[in-house]
Design a protein around this ligand. Structure first.
Ligand code: AMP
Length: 223
């Protein structure tokens, strides 16, 4: 396994998906667990049916299901990978460490998008997308020209089921309890690079590129 693997870490709504889209242009595979699960739900697979119960409540899908799904994909992948939405718990991070340890290597770096949780909540509340062309909008920060209509397709925008207010509250609470400990976990291993995510998407990606290109990205310390 010679490809590089980075983690995009940050609260829901911190812009991980948007940044991953930018990085795709740099040859990275964007491996978003949320996106994979939403596709499985749409296709009505048994994985999708299992996952839906948790996603609709804003809860995490059980670790064993997610670990198997991600590690099998990583095993086969040869491109550089950007993990978006994984790991989300210390258990998942340990499974990932175990995967790398077997291959005598470590994660290449963790990009932490640092954004106050109140800003995240507001971003999630305004987040809508076009069901046809998949373009993302934000009613507060990047609204469509016409109320609730996609600029290109002229059809009604939709909200992700788990961006509804009551589900967002649960997702934020899960983030605090289960995902936030990963910041310290990766800080201790020396892998974490903190990025101020309270900026424009272009500005944030410039910072990410600079970190990647300058070789300033902190890689996990080797024992
Ligand atoms: P996201 O698109 O990353 O916000 O993920 C949407 C939902 O998918 C989450 O709220 C979880 O229910 C589920 N999910 C995504 N990634 C994971 C993960 N690594 N572990 C457990 N559940 C996940």
């Amino acid at each position: 396994m010679k490809n590089r693997v980075f983690i995009l870490l940050g609260p829901p709504g911190s812009g991980k998906g948007t940044q991953a889209e930018f990085l795709k242009g740099k040859g990275f595979l964007h491996l978003s667990t949320g996106e994979i699960l939403r596709k499985e739900i749409k296709m009505g697979t048994s994985l999708g049916q299992q996952a839906r119960v948790f996603i609709d409540k804003g809860e995490l899908v059980p670790d064993d299901i997610i670990n198997r799904m991600v590690l099998e994909l990583l095993e086969r992948e040869e491109r550089d990978v950007l993990l978006d939405g994984y790991p989300r718990s210390i258990n998942q991070a340990s499974a990932l460490d175990g995967f790398f340890a077997k291959r005598e290597r470590r994660i290449d770096g963790v990009l932490y998008l640092d954004l106050p949780i109140d800003v995240c909540r507001r971003r999630l509340a305004g987040r809508y997308f076009c069901p046809r062309c998949k373009k993302n909008y934000n009613l507060f920060f990047a609204p469509p020209a016409q109320d609730h209509l996609c600029d290109g397709c002229k059809i009604s925008l939709e909200q992700r089921r788990d961006d509804r207010e009551e589900v967002v509250a649960e997702r934020v609470s899960v983030y605090f309890q289960t995902t936030m400990p990963l910041i310290e976990y990766y800080e201790k291993s020396g892998a974490l690079s903190r990025i101020n995510a309270d900026a424009s998407p272009g500005n944030i990606s410039e910072n990410i590129f600079r970190i990647l290109n300058d070789g300033n990205l902190k890689t996990a310390q080797r024992d």
